[in-house]
Design a protein around this ligand. Sequence first.
Ligand code: IPD
Ligand code: CA
Ligand code: CA
Length: 275
Amino acid sequence: MNEPGEIGARLDTAVRLARGAGAIQRERYESRLEIDTKSASIDLVTEVDRACETLIVDGIREAHPEDAILAEEGGDHVEVEAAASGYRWVIDPLDGTVNYAHGFPRFCVSIAVELGGESELGVVYDPLLDECFQARRGAGARLGARRLAVSQAPRLADALVATGFAYDVHRSEHDNLSQFSQMVKSARGLRRDGSAALDLCYVAAGRLDAYWEFKLHPWDVAAGRLIVEEAGGRVSDVEGGPAPASGVEIVSSNGRIHEEVLAVLRSHDSRPTSA
Ligand code: IPD
Ligand code: CA
Ligand code: CA
């Protein structure tokens, strides 16, 4: 069990299925879609999210039937029990659904495989740009054939930063808005692009210098955080400790500006526990 070749086989499967789901997203992009809401009127799920998840889950069941699966759209796909093999797949079939539903060209497929609760591999595929980000623990991160490395930006004042807002933003006081305002005043630029997995990959690729968000889910961050770490970046919670796998709090950066980012976030902390 857990031979080195097992991870390689799962990486091949993850890339194949991410590309397969991405092809569905590309084909259906800007077409008429069935759209439903989930936890809030701004929390959407489309028939494409579901079709992508079905393709990925079916593909895993066929190739690695002994593995557990945690997939966002859930239903009878969600399995959180320990698998016979010890591996668990964590899947966001379409990250950036609001963008997708509006025809805004920024969304992706995110697939991670964990062993003992830690991501061992991560694959994030952007179907419109045909960019496949991937990482394997201890073996670095790549975009296609290119090895990824985080940026060298030395100060927050020189940094391009991204964040996002949770689906309870209309009703929660822990809404990230005070941190957002302060970051606008501190960084060179601040973006809200609507795909957490791609934001993390952009930190890994040096396109962004930092990214933070609250109230995410395991499937939003499981692949991207490994890709950042394997590209030489730092991922933490707001206190600078390990970022929880739940996704409830994540701060990522090139490492060099991490303490400055944390200081800004802590100085305008709206988390309920800090009240
Ligand atoms: C969302 C995106 C978005 C982030 C939200 C996520 P979804 O994922 O990653 O950027 O701000 O918090 O829930 O719902 O499109 O898979
Ligand atoms: Ca997501
Ligand atoms: Ca999603």
